[in-house]
Design a protein around this ligand. Structure first.
Ligand code: FRU
Length: 473
């Protein structure tokens, strides 16, 4: 490690020493949240030498975006994270304005980190796709750029995701073409150092009439055998109906066939989550075969600066790791199964009647399984501490998440159309709520900041059956 990296690690240590969680009611307990300053994208989850390693975008010194570090945390259960010294600090010429997003792979007992070196100068922006290697999972040795900006693209060319497919390494890069549209550019390698241009996926390779914006960030590729799923986070899409209402989107397209080199066209773009705070998701395959998805539980929009946690020197968190499954039509998400080990003996099971508050629901860490009764009202509304409202209208089959806009204080909603509502699985961790509908075929993720926890109340609807656990925090 260079002297500059050493002194950066020291400066981060000093920043962390200022942390005071005692009077902070919004700190999350089983999610990774910003240790100090601001975090955004997850940058790789790998199992290496006995631990899960999670990397993430981090500005340790300010609650705003800036020259990003790669934060690093380890865990044995995917829920309790132990912070490590930052894996990457922006100290070299090719990354001086940030070690931007990327991914991690383990190969021949070494850990390889691929990331974007972001450079801003008076002439504009430069971008380099870089490599760092570790043998111990603690110190990372930078190898410098391995992929340079090709012709035909602007310097918005970033977020290398490296995956293994058909005995080759594929690197997917989020890009903007010189004509101002989004794309994913893929490279191929057999040694992780030498990369050759492979294929471009852009609007012309995707079915559907939807315009897909000016830049695609954070691509990912999942090989489900029969199908390839390409995930990405497009910027600049316009809302259509109930979809695409956040400033930036995250979603996926599916190719009909798993052909080598992704030669098949992809189906239409679908959103991965319908809540306010979900962006830059990335997936990872664990040694036990599970495919895990983690996203940034945030958005760089106008609400970001209004999170009350900023007064305590931090902002943002990552979602709970989710098990991802493909049922042939849809990606299904459910909280990692390890979460059930956090259920305490404080449990309530029963029928919740109209006007009733669930016992113990003033707790900040909860898991709920809710099944609305078949008969009865057209509407079903659950009120969470008078801050977040989940409702379903049986007539219109519309599901709604309502919360207060962090800047204006006005109500704001996100909605989607369901075929029916059979089950809600809700995870609350102090200032986050993640809703998994009908076995995770639809999800809503959002942050909320209750001043007081008044409890969870059935406000409309005849009744529903509830299983609720207070989780160990
Ligand atoms: C997505 C993103 C990435 C970039 C990173 C910088 O949120 O803009 O494209 O690499 O954040 O922190």
């Amino acid at each position: 490690m260079t002297d500059r990296e050493q002194s950066m690690r020291q400066a981060v240590q000093e920043e962390l020493a200022k942390r005071d969680d005692d009077k902070d009611p919004h700190r999350l307990t089983f999610h990774l949240d910003a240790p100090s300053g601001l975090i955004n994208d997850p940058n790789g989850l790998v199992f290496f030498k006995g631990n899960y390693h999670l990397f993430f975008q981090w500005n340790p010194f300010e609650t705003s975006h800036g020259a990003k570090f790669w934060g690093h945390a380890i865990s044995t259960n995917l829920l309790k994270w132990k912070l490590q010294p930052p894996a990457l600090a922006p100290v070299e010429w090719y990354e001086k304005n940030g070690c931007y997003s990327g991914s991690a792979v383990v190969w021949n007992e070494r850990l390889y980190l691929f990331y974007t070196g972001n450079v801003k100068s008076s002439n504009g922006r430069e971008t380099y796709q870089c490599l760092a290697i570790s043998d111990d999972g603690v110190s990372f040795h930078k190898q410098g750029p391995v992929v340079y900006l090709p012709k035909g693209y602007t310097a918005h060319f970033r977020d290398p995701k490296v995956v293994r497919q058909d005995d080759a390494w594929i690197m997917l890069i989020g890009a903007q073409t010189e004509s101002g549209s989004g794309a994913v550019v893929s490279y191929k390698s057999d040694n992780l150092y030498d990369w050759s241009l492979n294929r471009v996926i852009d609007e012309t390779t995707i079915d559907g009439v939807v315009e897909m914006g000016y830049m695609w960030e954070c691509p990912d590729l999942i090989d489900y055998g029969e199908q390839n799923i390409l995930m990405m986070s497009p910027q600049g899409m316009e809302p259509i109906g109930l979809s695409f209402h956040n400033l930036f989107q995250s979603g996926y397209v599916v190719s009909s066939n798993n052909q080598v080199d992704l030669e098949q066209p992809f189906g239409p773009f679908r959103e991965l989550d319908h809540g306010f705070d979900f962006y830059a998701p990335q997936s990872y395959k664990l040694p036990d075969g599970r495919r895990i998805l983690i996203a940034w539980m945030g958005m760089s929009d106008e609400t970001e600066a209004y999170h009350p946690t900023i007064h305590n020197g931090w902002v943002h968190a990552l979602t709970i790791p989710r098990e991802l499954r493909w049922n042939g039509h849809n990606l299904l998400q459910s909280p990692v199964r390890e979460l059930s080990e956090m259920r305490s003996s404080r449990k309530w099971e029963g029928n919740l009647l109209n006007g009733m508050t669930i016992p113990y629901s003033q707790s900040g860490t909860l898991e709920l399984m809710i099944e609305p009764a078949d008969e009865g009202n057209d509407c079903f509304t659950l009120n969470f501490h008078d801050e977040v409202f989940l409702s379903y209208n049986k007539q219109t089959k519309r599901f709604t998440l309502k919360r207060r806009h962090l800047k204006t204080g006005m109500d704001e909603v996100r909605q989607c159309q369901l075929d029916e509502l059979t089950k809600l699985h809700v995870i609350i961790d102090q200032s986050s709520i993640e809703v998994f509908i009908n076995d995770g075929s639809t999800t809503f993720t959002t942050r909320f900041f209750p001043d007081e926890r008044t409890g969870i109340l059935l406000q409309d609807g005849v009744s529903c059956h509830v299983n609720m656990w207070v989780l160990h925090s």
